[in-house]
Write a protein that binds this ligand. Structure first.
Ligand code: ATP
Ligand code: MG
Length: 696
C-alpha cells in the first residue's frame, strides 16, 4: 500500500541489499528465462522489481525495453512505484489489457486502418441485444451469467462454434443450454463488430493477431521490447499467454513469478499450468523457490499454512510451507455474531481501537467475497465516523473534486510558480474545500480526504525527487490517472477478496465467512470450484501483516433467523478453547443449527458424514416428525419417477431425514443442510419448502 515509500536500495550498491540468497539467485540470474514459484508474502513482487533494476543497472537492457505485466491496475501501479523506489524510470508496468490497448492504438493504422474502434466499457448492453435476438432469457442475472460465459470462452480462445463442446469439457454451468449460449455468443460478436466496437478480450486477440500476421509490426515491436516480466503468472489465461508468446517471438527473455495456491480466476479461464510447466517449455530456465514469508507474523503464517494445507489435489510444485520471518504478533481472532449488522458494528469498533492505537486507516482492510457485502460495512464505519475507500479507491481520479483539483493545478503549473511544492498545492486546493480541520462527516469529509491525499502526494514527491516542481507534480498526477493508480487516501479499504490479490495491510478483517458466501453458493457441488474458493480464503488470510480477524454472522438481517452456518473452511482452524467455538457449540446444542460438527442432542463430536448431515449421533434420540418424513418420501418417489432416476438422486435418506428434523423455513435454511447445493435447490427447493409449510 506504500505510496512513495522509497524502499531500501536506492543507495549505490543497495540494489542487492535486503534480499535473501534465493531471491538474490533470481535477481542475479543472467538474461533468459527465470521462474519464481513461491507462496504469498515471500517477496516475489519484490524480486522481480529488483531483477528489472539489476538488468538495467548491468546494462543488459535499457529501461524502455522492459515490459512488466500484472493482473490489476492497482498492482501495476505498485510495480511502478516500487521500480521508481529503486531509481528505475521508463520501464513499462501495466496490465495485459492496458499494454495491449497501447500497442493496438499504435499499430492500428498499419494493421486495420481507418478510424480506431471504440472500447466497449461494459458488455451487458450488447449481451442483452444478443440474448434477445437468440431467444435466451434477458433477466439481469441471466445476462450477467451469459457475459461470464462469453468472457470465459474468449479468454480460453474458444470460438462460438466450439463453445458447446468446450463448455462441456470444462464442466461449465452455463445459465442456458450450451447451444443457446453459443448462439448468444455468435450474435454478440456480430452486433459488436457491426458497431465497430472492441471488448477487452478483443484488445488481446487483435494485438496477438497484429504481431502474428504482420511481420513489420512484429519486427518493430520486438526491437522495442526485449525483456518481459509477468507477476501473478498463476492466473494467466490462454489468450493472455497467446499475447505473451506473440510479444516474445522466438526469444526467451522472460521472468515469471507466481503461486499456484493463489489461482483465483480459473472460473474465468485462467490456469496455473503455464507457471507449473515453465521448465518444460524452457528447460534452461533458472528456477527459484521461496519459502520465507516476510509479510506476516508467524501466527498469521501458521493459519495460512493450515488453510491451504487442507486443499485437495494441490498440484506438484505448489506444496510449499511458508515459514514466518517476522516477530510474533497477536493470534488471529475468530468471532461469530447473530446477524450481519452486529458483525459489521463489531468490526467497526475494533477498527476504531486500532486507529486509536496508532494504526493508520490506510493500513486496515475489510475484505469480503461479493461486493454486495460492502454496504453493511460502509454504514457501520460511517456511524463511527471512520473514513473508508471502496475497492481501494481506484476511481479516485474520476471523483469530481479530484478532477477540479487537477484542472486548478494544471492551470497554475503553466504559470511556472516557484516555492515549496506541498505548500503550493495546499494553497491551490484551499478554495476547493481543503480546510485545516476535517469537516464532520459525509460527502464533505470524503471530498476533504481526497484533497488531503493530493497534498500528501506532493509531500511524498518532494521527499523522493529533490526540487520537484508543480509541473512535475501534475505530470505525476496524469500518469497515475492513466494507470488508475490513486495516491494513498487515508481511509480503511473495503474490497473484495479478488481485488485484494498481491496487496498487504497491517490489519485485515475477513468478514461474512458463512456457507453460501465462502464458498460461494454456485461453487457447491463442484469440487474444483470449491477448491478455488478455499484458495480465495488463503489469499485473504495472507494479506495481513499483523492483525487478522475472521468473522461470520448467523443471520443476514438484524433479528433474522439464525440459520446460516459458518464456512466449512473454518473447521479445524478455530482453537477448541476459543470462545467462538464454544458459542458455536452451545448454539448448536440450543437450536440445532450445525455450526460445528457436533451432535445437537448430546454435544459430542460427529464422526461420520451421515451423522453430520443429521446433526446428531445416530444413537441419539431423534426429534423427528415421522409423518412429515413419510410425506417427504412420498414426494421423493413421485419426483424420482417423473425424472426417471433412482430416488436417492433426488435426495438421500439422510438428507430427507435432516429436512424432516430441521424443518427449514426458507431457502437459506434448506441450503444449510449438507447435501443440498445450488442445483438441488433450483430443482426442488420450492416444492420442498411448500411441502414443509403445508405440513402443519
Ligand atoms: P503475494 O504472493 O501476496 O503477491 P509476494 O511474494 O509478491 O506476495 P511481496 O509483496 O514482494 O511478496 O513481499 C511481501 C512483503 O515482504 C513486502 O512488504 C516486502 O517488502 C517484504 N519483503 C520481501 N522480501 C524481503 C526481504 N528479503 N527482506 C525484508 N522484507 C522483504
Ligand atoms: Mg506479489
Amino acid at each position: 500500500m506504500a505510496g512513495w515509500r522509497v524502499e531500501p536500495g536506492t543507495q549505490e550498491n543497495g540494489l542487492l541489499a535486503e534480499l535473501d540468497p534465493e531471491q538474490l539467485a533470481a535477481v542475479q540470474a543472467p538474461r533468459g528465462p527465470v521462474c519464481v514459484l513461491a507462496g504469498a508474502g515471500t517477496g516475489k513482487t519484490r524480486t522481480i522489481v529488483h531483477r528489472i533494476a539489476q538488468l538495467i543497472h548491468n546494462g543488459h537492457v535499457s529501461a524502455g525495453q522492459v515490459l512488466a505485466v500484472t493482473f490489476t491496475a492497482r498492482a501495476a501501479g505498485q510495480l511502478r512505484t516500487r521500480l521508481r523506489g529503486l531509481g528505475v524510470h521508463g520501464a513499462q508496468a501495466r496490465t495485459f489489457h492496458a499494454a495491449a490497448l497501447r500497442q493496438l492504438r499504435y499499430f492500428w493504422p498499419r494493421v486495420v486502418g481507418g478510424p480506431q474502434w471504440d472500447l466497449l466499457d461494459s458488455k451487458l448492453r450488447v449481451v442483452s441485444q444478443a440474448a434477445h435476438r437468440a431467444g435466451a432469457g434477458t433477466e439481469s442475472e441471466v445476462l450477467r451469467d451469459l457475459a461470464t460465459e462469453i468472457e470465459w470462452a474468449k479468454a480460453s480462445m474458444v470460438a462460438p462454434d466450439d463453445y458447446a463442446v468446450a463448455a462441456g469439457k470444462a464442466l461449465r454451468q452455463p445459465p442456458a443450454p450450451v447451444e443457446l449460449v453459443a448462439s448468444v455468443y455468435r450474435w454478440y460478436e456480430s452486433f459488436k463488430t457491426k458497431a465497430n466496437l472492441l471488448d477487452f478480450d478483443d484488445l488481446l486477440l487483435h494485438t496477438a493477431a497484429a504481431l502474428d500476421e504482420h511481420a513489420v509490426v512484429a519486427e518493430e515491436f520486438r526491437d522495442r521490447y526485449r525483456c518481459f516480466v509477468v507477476d501473478e503468472y498463476q492466473d494467466v489465461t490462454p489468450l493472455q499467454q497467446r499475447v505473451l508468446d506473440a510479444w516474445l517471438g522466438d526469444r526467451d527473455d522472460l521472468t515469471v513469478v507466481g503461486d499456484a495456491n493463489q489461482t483465483i480466476y480459473s472460473f474465468a479461464g485462467a490456469s496455473p499450468r503455464p507457471l507449473l510447466g515453465f521448465t518444460r517449455r524452457f528447460p534452461n530456465a533458472t528456477v527459484v523457490r521461496l519459502e520465507r514469508d516476510y509479510r506476516s507474523t508467524p501466527e498469521v503464517v501458521s493459519l495460512a499454512n493450515r488453510v491451504i494445507g487442507a486443499a485437495r489435489d494441490r498440484p506438484a510444485g505448489s506444496r510449499l510451507t511458508l515459514v514466518g520471518q517476522r516477530e510474533p504478533g497477536p493470534q488471529p481472532t475468530f468471532a461469530e455474531y447473530d446477524d450481519e449488522p452486529a458483525e459489521a458494528a463489531a468490526v467497526a469498533r475494533r477498527i476504531s481501537e486500532l486507529l486509536d492505537a496508532g494504526t493508520p486507516a490506510s493500513e486496515i482492510a475489510v475484505l469480503y467475497r461479493v461486493n454486495a457485502q460492502s454496504e453493511t460495512y460502509e454504514q457501520a464505519l460511517s456511524e463511527l465516523d471512520i473514513p473508508y475507500l471502496l475497492r481501494g479507491g481506484e476511481r479516485f481520479f474520476a471523483r469530481a473534486e479530484v478532477r477540479q483539483a487537477t484542472i486548478a493545478l494544471r492551470t497554475a503549473a503553466s504559470a511556472g510558480p516557484t516555492g515549496e511544492l506541498p505548500k503550493l498545492v495546499r494553497e491551490l486546493l484551499e478554495p476547493l474545500g481543503l480546510t485545516a480541520d476535517p469537516p464532520a462527516g459525509g460527502a464533505a469529509r470524503e471530498r476533504w480526504a481526497s484533497l488531503l491525499a493530493l497534498v500528501e502526494l506532493a509531500e511524498e514527491l518532494s521527499a523522493a525527487v529533490e526540487g520537484a516542481d508543480l509541473a512535475q507534480y501534475v505530470a505525476e498526477l496524469d500518469m497515475r490517472a492513466r494507470a488508475q493508480h490513486p495516491p494513498t487516501v487515508e481511509g480503511v479499504t473495503l474490497a473484495s477478496l479478488h481485488a485484494a490479490k498481491g496487496l498487504e495491510w497491517d490489519a485485515v478483517f475477513l468478514v461474512g465467512l458463512v456457507e453460501g458466501t465462502v464458498p460461494i453458493q454456485h461453487a457447491d457441488g463442484n469440487d474444483a470450484a470449491v477448491e478455488e474458493e478455499r484458495r480465495l480464503l488463503y489469499v485473504g488470510v495472507t494479506r495481513a501483516r499483523r492483525h487478522l480477524s475472521l468473522s461470520w454472522a448467523l443471520a443476514r438481517a438484524d433479528g433474522g433467523r439464525r440459520n446460516r452456518r459458518r464456512s466449512r473452511f473454518l473447521y479445524g482452524l478455530i482453537p477448541e478453547d476459543h470462545p467462538s467455538a464454544r458459542t458455536a457449540r452451545s448454539r448448536q446444542q440450543r437450536d440445532g443449527s450445525a455450526a460445528a460438527p457436533r451432535c445437537r442432542v448430546c454435544g459430542g463430536p460427529l464422526l461420520d458424514a451421515a451423522a453430520v448431515k443429521l446433526g446428531r449421533c445416530a444413537s441419539c434420540p431423534a426429534d423427528l416428525d415421522e409423518e412429515l418424513l413419510a410425506r417427504l418420501k412420498e414426494w421423493r418417489a413421485k419426483r424420482a419417477r417423473a425424472l426417471k432416476v433412482p430416488a436417492y438422486v433426488v435426495f438421500t435418506d439422510a438428507t430427507l431425514m435432516a429436512i424432516a428434523e430441521q424443518r427449514p423455513l426458507d431457502t437459506a435454511g434448506l441450503v444449510a443442510i449438507a447435501g443440498i447445493g445450488a442445483s438441488k435447490l433450483d430443482k426442488f427447493g420450492t416444492e420442498v419448502l411448500s411441502l414443509l409449510r403445508t405440513s402443519g
